[in-house]
Design a binder for this molecule. Structure first.
Ligand SMILES: [Zn+2]
Length: 210
């Protein structure tokens, strides 16, 4: 029986998905939340860290947690360049919410470098995580970043990173590297049908509400 634990730190979410005692961590939150994330992960036998994309508020603790639990960090290869610099994939925004979030994010993004984990592995569309104890499939969702990915757990729990967000209400991610791509990815998610959607920012909701 799968369980999902939302770890909320400020405006960031990350998630522990567990089957019995074995668990994966989806995103890692930002540095100020590290202790909170560790205290939750310590309750499980951690098998893998999946990053929906390589922005600091999702990826900043990945290298440290990877060392601590001796587990790999999985990303899509197209996001690897973001360990060098966020400027490799500039962000734009739409709407008032997007304008506010981008304003908050840009300064931090420019001044924050995410440590590249040593144990890095790559995931692409259709890869499954059953060898890590979780019945889940990877979905490529380009748009927010080029290498953004989602995790579809048992066809019930859908982790979307920042491809969709729920700052005020659920919608297409307000920050994007490629608007056309993020809209197509949102459509791909909508078509998956009945699932609970877990966002990088905001509370979970049923799918299709955006
Ligand atoms: Zn992001």
């Amino acid at each position: 029986m799968i369980s999902v634990k939302r770890i909320k730190g400020g405006t960031d979410n990350c998630y522990i998905v567990a089957e019995g005692n074995k668990a994966i961590l989806i995103d890692t939150a930002s540095k100020r939340n590290l202790d909170k994330v560790i205290s939750e992960c310590d309750k499980f036998e951690m098998k893998l860290i999946v990053l929906t994309h390589v922005h600091f508020d999702h990826a900043e603790n990945a290298a440290e947690l990877s060392r601590k639990y001796n587990i790999p960090v999985a990303i899509n290869k197209l996001d690897e360049e973001l360990f060098e610099s966020f400027n490799k994939q500039p962000l734009k925004s739409y709407g008032l919410v997007g304008w506010g979030v981008l304003g908050m994010s840009l300064k931090v993004l420019k001044n924050t470098k995410v440590e590249r984990p040593e144990k890095l592995i790559y995931l692409s569309d259709g890869d499954d995580l059953s060898s890590y104890g979780i019945n889940a499939k990877i979905i490529e969702l380009p748009g927010h970043t080029r290498g953004s990915i989602g995790v579809d757990v048992e066809g019930k729990h859908l982790f979307v990173g920042d491809e969709l967000d729920n700052w005020i209400r659920p919608g297409v991610g307000h920050l994007y590297n490629n608007l056309d791509a993020i809209r197509k990815s949102a459509e791909k998610l909508r078509k998956l049908g009945g699932r609970t959607v877990y966002y990088g920012h905001g509370k979970p909701t049923p799918n299709r509400e955006y």
